[in-house]
Design a protein around this ligand. Sequence first.
Ligand code: KET
Length: 454
Amino acid sequence: MNADQLLNNSSSSSSTDRRLRILAKHLQSTSSSAMESNTVVSASPTSAAGGSVFAHIVQAPEDPILGVTVAYNKDPSPVKLNLGVGAYRTEEGKPLVLNVVRQAEQLLVNDSSRVKEYLPIVGLADFNKLSAKLILGPDSPAVQDNRVTTVQCLSGTGSLRVGAEFLARHYHERTIYIPVPTWGNHPKVFTLAGLSVKSYRYYDPTTRGLNFQGLLEDLQSAPSGAIVLLHACAHNPTGVDPTPQQWEQIRQLMRSKALLPFFDSAYQGFASGSLDADAQSVRMFVADGGECLVAQSYAKNMGLYGERVGALSIVCRAADVAGRVESQLKLVIRPMYSNPPIHGASIVATILKDRNMFHEWTLELKAMADRIISMRQQLFDALRARGTPGDWSHIIKQIGMFTFTGLNSEQVAFMRKEYHIYMTSDGRISMAGLSSRTVPHLTDAIHAAVTKVA
Ligand code: KET
């Protein structure tokens, strides 16, 4: 069945049909955009050379973020620099495994009572409880009242996907509003889960700040009950967050229209260096007694990228509701991957439950956040000293792992070709990939790009 047939064949309104229709629409738009970019090497299945039943498969484009690393890896240049994916590097440009993570792993390895049995469908119980407390606060009444159900998922992405699948199946309003711009995977995750994606204004390129008026207007005109995706802190890719007063206004508006908050918390601790300060937006919404979803990732703040550790929490109004919600989350998870992996969650639980290790983690996290902040200052100072045209103050004003430079896609392509500097085509650079040693090279490249490429 092709996308058209899928659309025509699914006119009834069961949830499976609905998902098929959304998927078909998605496939149609993907294949038409692939055709526009001349990437289609299409042939009918029967005319396949060599008779492969897959001969009609078209070459898919690389992922806009992870594909940057693929291109970087192929570049033989000794001066190449990867500022694409949001992954922390040391001053020496190396990936970092936190000391506290090494310690926790050692404890786990030395504990011969540990086995490799399957975890429950919802994951490691300790990990779930501690994760909920980490984001909602150690004394959160919602946690104490058992109104929160938390399930261990495959990092932030998996948590978003499980939450979205649950909402598509069980929530009455299937539209989700995402900010413009946002992390490139958001629309794909939500569409494929069966939600329909709409957007709200967020970033104003002229001020390089928040379009707060636009945001309020768009949420005001969203249908009552719609889901709203909010970046808990360190908005990706813009590095622009609402102030606490603006968050409060967003909260009031959303609650007055019964909009359902779905927080994506991929950078807790990376914005300010403080785990508690970076959780304020979420805690504000939970403190009013209302409901919300939170997807947490330990990829960045514990450096556990490849371990795929994260959690989805659904805060409900009552404990019995939370229990039933959890029973349905299990039905979402079981056919997707059965149950989550044990190692990464055990590392996190070991650290979160030990007072000393937790403290050491906060210090290492702060050191990572501080190094990023110092990179912002160094890059800003270097561009100023160089006399590079433009106001670069947004580099020091933005928050989190990324700077949304304002460089256009031609300038990005120029910097890749001439300077072997890799970043996403929207001009986002990962400050965590930069070091004192590489700031001058990046400065040269930006200077050349803005003076030579319009
Ligand atoms: N949410 C946001 C906002 C986000 O930036 C990422 C990752 C994730 C969720 C998912 O991370 P996970 O590894 O599933 O816990 N962002 C970086 C990496 C990526 O694109 O996968 C990035 O933007 O570079």
